[in-house]
Design a protein around this ligand. Sequence first.
Ligand code: ATP
Ligand code: MG
Length: 383
Amino acid sequence: MEKVVIIRYAEIHLKGKNRGFFERVFIINLERALKGIRHELHRTSGRYLVEKFDTARYEEIMERVLRVFGVHSCSEGLLVPNDMDSIFEAAKCVAPAGGTFKVETHRADKKYPLTSMEVSAEIGGRLLAHNRALKVDVHDPAARVYIDVRENGTALVYCSSRLGAGGMPVGTAGTGLLLLSGGIDSPVAGYMMAKRGMTVEVLHFHSYPYTNDGAKEKVQELAALLSQYTLVERLRCVNVAHIQEEIHKKCAADLNVTLLRRFMFRIAERIAAKVGAQCLVTGESLGQVASQTVEGLTSSNSVVALPVLRPLIGFDKEEIIERAKKIGTYDTSVLPFEDCCTVFLPEHPAIRPKLSYIEEEEAKLDVEALIEDALKTLEFIRL
Ligand code: ATP
Ligand code: MG
């Protein structure tokens, strides 16, 4: 009797002709998640099996696999020879200790001497005789014992399943460049795009020496946490301190954040071109702060040609916090280090700035030179 992990995938079956591509990427991601653990991964009738691993590492394997996007659910299964005695031994192990149950059999081996119904009846009967606390309920059982009679002389026996991360395999939905701050929102935004299959590259703007090493380490930590989901293990950083100084010196104070955001987007677009990203991703949510009004968003959009994806646009802060906790980034996000935006924060930021006013103020700066200088500070950090 061999312990295996059964992996069911989420939406991949919807993808028609692309299915082969989705499955190839999915396997690569699963293998990556299992790196360092001895195992074999096999595809079998619409799902995957992890076999031949050290059973002491079962829980670790389960946890790693459940986190891979595209995984709908996983079950602990037992792989046995397909004779009834072996199947019964396995069924005893996976069956509940008591309560109602039902046996469901699927027979891939159509030459098997018993029909699916007969296998279910036989194993169900034996389980009942073995354990008096069990009761059959074919309509609404509390537990189901599944038996797959396979074509290669083995049978797979399993019971409950654990829900996986869902979504689509990372690497199947293009590449985006996430603007990652040290806050709560942007890590969640990156997670959400990765969940839909996007490869998420990460860019952070800092204001050294106005911000310190603690702030930088915090962002590195966030990027590292995010990489568990995005599978991208690098972070790019650009220093915007000089741009902030110039804005502070020459432009209306109420536009500080608005103008800085436009620089961030422009710089991000240039870096996106280098990394092959087809869009920018931010953690903005409508109305959350002054720069996230529809006018604020329009002002940032208007300086780039790339689409800007904002997966959190309709989320309340509470909902974002809940997700941040769930994906494990919250505790790091709330560490008290300054993000570059807070350094020159105006007391009264413009809430609905007109584009003409913004452009007038921006004209006081040498935009192109500032961008070029900032790009020279680009740093590449391996996580
Ligand atoms: P977050 O919690 O993600 O920091 P926020 O509510 O603090 O968001 P803002 O500070 O207005 O909102 O930032 C809005 C978005 O702009 C962020 O979600 C992020 O995508 C981007 N952004 C802000 N600051 C930075 C930064 N220093 N580096 C990279 N991106 C940033
Ligand atoms: Mg922020």
